[in-house]
Write a protein that binds this ligand. Structure first.
Ligand code: RP5
Length: 178
């Protein structure tokens, strides 16, 4: 993103992770939200280790002004599901590559929700952390024209960078052939 928008104000996105060991990956999510000027809050809450806190957090989230929840968790990742069980807010899950199964375990745990309790499962790891923030921006942009404009600029910027790389690769190759 070319320019960082300001993300001060009341949080509208709650980013929750199962462990502080998830933070280096989930930082991408926070940085991307910052880039869109979306105010967030971040918590370490475990579906298995602090289940009561997870329940309370999700149950009070809408009342506290949050509009989207993002859950990053690894291994047998129940966090997205537990949050979704206790709120009507959209929940986006980010599977972490935390165990010997490299995130496939967390992806299956996150995506295989039973009917009635959806969790939108993002890609494993860093790509998913970034995409969760973009997806949250897309949800919020439905009723926020400024944010919709930032999303359009983000896409245009992304396309411009790919075209620049394309031109650079083609220039290198034609120089090599000459
Ligand atoms: C999950 O187990 C966490 O989300 C983390 O990805 C993984 C390992 O947690 P720690 O043992 O590092 O706290 O619940």
């Amino acid at each position: 993103m070319a320019k960082k928008a300001s993300s001060t104000g009341k949080p509208v996105v709650g980013v929750v992770m199962g462990s502080d060991s998830d933070l280096p990956v989930m930082q991408r999510c926070l940085d991307t939200l910052d880039g869109f000027g979306i105010a967030w809050e971040v918590r370490v809450i475990s579906a298995h280790r602090t289940p009561d806190v997870a329940h309370e957090y999700a149950a009070s989230a809408a009342k506290r002004g949050l509009k989207v929840l993002i859950a990053g968790a690894g291994m047998s990742a129940a966090l997205g599901g537990v949050l979704a069980a206790n709120t009507t807010l959209p929940v986006l899950g980010v599977p972490m590559a935390a165990g010997p199964l490299a995130g496939v375990d967390a992806a299956l745990s996150t995506m295989q929700m039973p009917p009635g309790v959806p969790v939108a499962c993002m890609a494993i790891g860093k790509a998913g952390a970034t995409n969760a923030a973009i997806f949250a921006a897309q949800v919020l942009a439905v009723s926020d024209r400024k944010l919709a404009g930032r999303l359009r600029r983000y896409k245009a910027d992304q396309a411009r960078k790919v075209c620049e790389r394309d031109a650079a690769v083609r220039a290198r190759n034609s120089a090599g052939q000459g």
